[in-house]
Design a protein around this ligand. Structure first.
Ligand code: WQD
Length: 348
């Protein structure tokens, strides 16, 4: 299938583009590069051994989004594009609702006008809120979020479910990610957050390359095995494979819209991840224990049964793989993607 990948220059998007191409699909990237560097594109093409069409577009601009769909023929859309920093969303809620909802609505309406009826949406386990029991099951109906970013995911799931219910032929997979980490085994692409990383793994890897002085562990008094927060870390390469599996399952879906957890089903604590990463790096990393971070849960991990049974997908890569691949990327690219790099011929 020819797939539009919105946000395809981003961390998960770029890995998913590679997985789509490897599975024999065609991919077209649409990105505004607000949270990614253009130099990821030649690296994607280098790894894929072929050119990848890219459209620089602000998807909140309905006219520009329509022009994109008029210029290309898509069989499906994988929609990653959106702002995703929890803390920033608390400080700038209007920006997050405007960007994440307007871009989704522009894409949805263009899909309807152009007869594109397959959609995979990048949702998040954050929609389970604070009351759902772990491990999280997709049947939990009281979706909520404690921050505007997470709330945009709840709202977009609702929008897509309502549109799919009344639009002929629509099939939508709502993929609820847990904690994506890791990098392509080549070390040529990986996570490269703007500014100070909010998330644990990129912060850890920046400590290891000397960009950050030390890790602060946000609390060690949780009701968990070692007192630190437990999360379901999933390798971004497994996550990308989950998107391909969901895409290829859409036509067989009996419901217009359906949620799927993409997680391992296993929780790993902050300290356990820290020590696993130290083993990958080959030395101890400096850390201090600080206060809990507002809004953090003690534990969050998936019941991954539905994706296994219905998508035929299971996470395969281990915490050790996640740490080794992250370290290979970060140590080869201490400053992340360069701001500019001569374009390499595809397959060079
Ligand atoms: C993981 C653990 C922290 C940083 C977030 C978003 C979620 C999703 C994934 C998009 C927690 C601890 C972290 C640090 C620490 N994003 N930690 N020191 O909060 O589980 O989820 O990213 O969809 O929506 O909420 O991920 O990596 O920030 O935290 O101790 O410097 O690491 O307390 O226990 P989180 P995280």
């Amino acid at each position: 299938m020819r797939v539009l990948v919105t946000g395809g220059a981003g961390y998960i998007g770029s890995h998913t583009v590679l997985a789509l191409l490897a599975a024999g699909h065609d991919a077209v990237i649409a990105d505004d590069f607000s949270n990614s560097k253009r130099t990821v594109i030649p690296r994607i093409e280098e790894l894929a051994g072929r050119a990848v069409p890219v459209h620089e577009v602000d998807l909140t601009d309905a006219a520009a989004t329509e022009a994109l769909f008029a210029a290309e023929q898509f069989d499906a859309v994988i929609h990653f594009a959106g702002f995703k920093a929890v803390g920033e969303s608390v400080a700038k809620p209007a920006l997050y609702y405007r960007n994440n909802l307007d871009s989704t609505l522009a894409v949805v309406e263009a899909m309807q006008r152009h007869g594109v009826h397959r959609l995979v949406f990048s949702s998040s386990a954050t929609v389970y809120g604070e009351k759902a029991p772990v491990p999280y099951g997709e049947g939990w109906e009281f979706l909520e979020a404690t921050n505007p970013y997470g709330q945009t995911k709840v709202i977009v799931e609702r929008i897509l479910t309502d549109v799919a219910a009344v639009t002929e032929g629509w099939k939508v997979a709502l993929l609820r990610y847990f904690n994506p980490v890791g990098a392509h085994a080549s070390g040529r692409i990986g996570e490269d957050p703007n500014g100070i990383p909010n998330n644990l793994m990129p912060f850890l890897s920046q400590v290891a390359v000397g960009r950050r002085e030390k890790l602060t562990v946000f609390g060690d008094d949780y009701e968990t095995a070692d007192g630190t927060g437990e999360r379901d870390y999933i390798h971004v390469v497994d996550l990308a494979a989950g998107h391909v599996a969901a895409l290829e399952h859409l036509d067989a879906m009996t419901e217009p819209a359906r949620a799927f957890n993409l997680g391992t089903g296993t929780g790993t604590s902050v300290l356990a991840l820290l020590h696993a990463f130290e083993r990958a790096v080959g030395r101890e990393l400096p850390y201090v224990v600080g206060p809990r971070r507002a809004g953090d849960l003690a534990a969050s991990y998936a019941d991954p049964t539905r994706a296994r049974e219905e998508l035929g997908w299971t996470a395969r890569l281990t915490i050790e793989d996640m740490c080794a691949d992250t370290w290979r990327w970060q140590s080869a690219n201490p400053e992340g993607f360069p701001d500019d790099e001569p374009a390499t011929a595809p397959g060079a």
